[in-house]
Write a protein that binds this ligand. Structure first.
Ligand code: APR
Ligand code: ZN
Length: 269
């Protein structure tokens, strides 16, 4: 980290003076919790065709066609979700909220780790996989991450075969209207959640810190642009260059789990 010390110091100076910082996070901030990202080498879209399983209809068709291949991949992701814990990057953001510096996190992640780290103002534009939504009456139910996954894996173990009918037996039933419930996550082509809150948090911040996102998915990729246009300082933390580096005031080519605690350390002292 030696060679990024100067940038860490510059970032800490900017953040310490911030009155309303917004964080915009992507899969990279959860990588150090063991959850695979989508577009890194070996990431989720290396193992599954995004266009095939990324849409609601494509997901169902893909399972109908080759559940035997897809299911072991889903189990790997479920394992990652089950054993993940908030990492030092998540915890640093929670401390920054407690210090009154960080006001909002806009996240593309669906893993609930920001909330479990203690952040209370999290705008989940792609939803949350541990919240189910009724396909008929939109009633929502939030479940405990670890219990939900343990029970889901037990049910899957009891399945004799992975056909669509058996797989539908895994979904939750709405206790309000008896219809099927689905994970409250946004698939490609579906309406993104909480856009107004997200754009407000981007427009009203004086610093935006962009954490672990490749910046290739819209409308999430607009948030930093909105922040910059409204005069915010832009800080990017990502081991690889992404679409926002060119617009950034400071680019720290590090992992969030290392850079954020180092910044927090300097802010505290
Ligand atoms: N710390 C910081 N950044 C990291 C780390 C880390 N430890 N590890 C990886 N990264 C960076 C990668 O360099 C990459 O730029 O995180 C980014 C992850 O990019 P993606 O996998 O594209 O994830 P994300 O940007 O969140 O994807 C956005 O695409 O498929 C959809 O809905 C899905 O929400 C997702 C959206
Ligand atoms: Zn219902």
């Amino acid at each position: 980290m030696k060679h990024h010390e100067e940038k860490i110091t510059q970032a800490a100076l900017i953040i310490k003076k911030a009155h309303r910082m917004t964080a915009a996070s992507g899969a990279g901030i959860s990588a150090e919790s063991g959850i695979p990202t989508f577009r890194d080498p070996g990431g989720i879209w290396d193992h599954m065709d995004m266009l095939e399983v990324g849409t609601a209809s494509g997901f169902v068709n893909a399972i109908e066609r080759n559940a035997e291949t897809l299911f072991p991949l889903f189990i790997n992701i479920l394992d990652a979700f089950q054993y993940a814990e908030p990492n030092p990057g998540h915890m640093a953001l929670s401390d920054m909220e407690k210090m009154g510096i960080l006001k909002t996190i806009i996240t593309q992640n669906v893993d609930n780790l920001h909330q479990e780290a203690g952040n209370t103002n999290v705008v989940e534009v792609h939803g949350n996989v541990f919240r189910s939504r009724c396909i008929n009456c939109s009633h929502r139910v939030t479940v405990d991450r670890k219990i939900y996954i343990r029970e889901l894996k037990e049910k899957i173990d009891r399945l004799m075969s992975f056909n669509l009918e058996n797989l539908l037996s895994l979904v939750m039933i709405c206790d309000k209207c008896g219809s099927m419930m689905r994970p409250d996550v946004v698939m490609f082509g579906e309406q993104v959640h909480d856009l107004q809150n997200a754009f407000e948090a981007a427009r009203n911040c004086d610093v935006m810190i962009i954490l672990g996102t490749s910046g290739v998915v819209y409308p999430a990729a607009y948030f930093p642009v909105e922040a910059k246009q409204n005069g915010a300082k832009i800080i990017v933390i990502n081991p690889t260059v992404n679409a926002f580096v060119r617009e950034s005031d400071i680019y720290i080519p590090m992992k969030t789990g290392e850079a954020l605690p180092a910044i927090l350390n300097l802010i505290r002292n």
